[in-house]
Design a protein around this ligand. Sequence first.
Ligand SMILES: Cc1cc2nc3c(=O)[nH]c(=O)nc-3n(C[C@H](O)[C@H](O)[C@H](O)COP(=O)(O)O)c2cc1C
Length: 187
Amino acid sequence: MTRTFDPSPLPEHLLADLLATALRAPSAGFSQGVHFLVLQGDDLARFWQVSGAGGWFAGTQPGVLQAPVLVVALAEAAAYTARYSAADKAGHGLEDAANWPVPYWLTDTAMAVQNLLLLAEAHGLGALWFGLFGEARAALDDAGVPSTVTPVGAVALGHRAHGEAPSGSPTTIARRPTADVLHRGRW
Ligand SMILES: Cc1cc2nc3c(=O)[nH]c(=O)nc-3n(C[C@H](O)[C@H](O)[C@H](O)COP(=O)(O)O)c2cc1C
């Protein structure tokens, strides 16, 4: 994750390509209920302000606020319940979101985000995936996002600042050995 960005904009054709490619993530039943809300310029400044996230980053990781693009990852559960109401998917009770043992609209959104993070890395760009707390809903209402759509998190995206270096938890917490989390045959 990058937490100090260079404010220079991303070429529009590159941004459009990264976003469209990232959205080619798999989705349960091909429900395709994953959305990105892309914010730049005045829209982004307003999001930082209304959501409260701007104030939080200003006090903790101000370099994030220099990112020229913010991609809010949104999960539309209704696309999944509609898809699983169709004849070829009926019979499992999945037309009701409460019955999903795993809410795949969230996992599918996370996969599209991981695509975006990998694409950013492949293009030598920086990205930070972060959780949305505070008044995120107010900011999304402001941007016309339906109240039934869940914001899963957001990706700040842009060029890394010159000399940018890792600053997050991995600088103080050791990575768990693979053998701790890779289980063959049994836990
Ligand atoms: C679901 C999720 C939420 C995260 N939320 C935040 C966040 O709110 N703020 C932040 O600075 N980093 C956040 N991160 C980034 C993690 O701290 C980071 O991925 C982890 O420390 C490993 O660092 P690396 O990605 O640089 O290897 C989040 C990561 C994930 C997967």
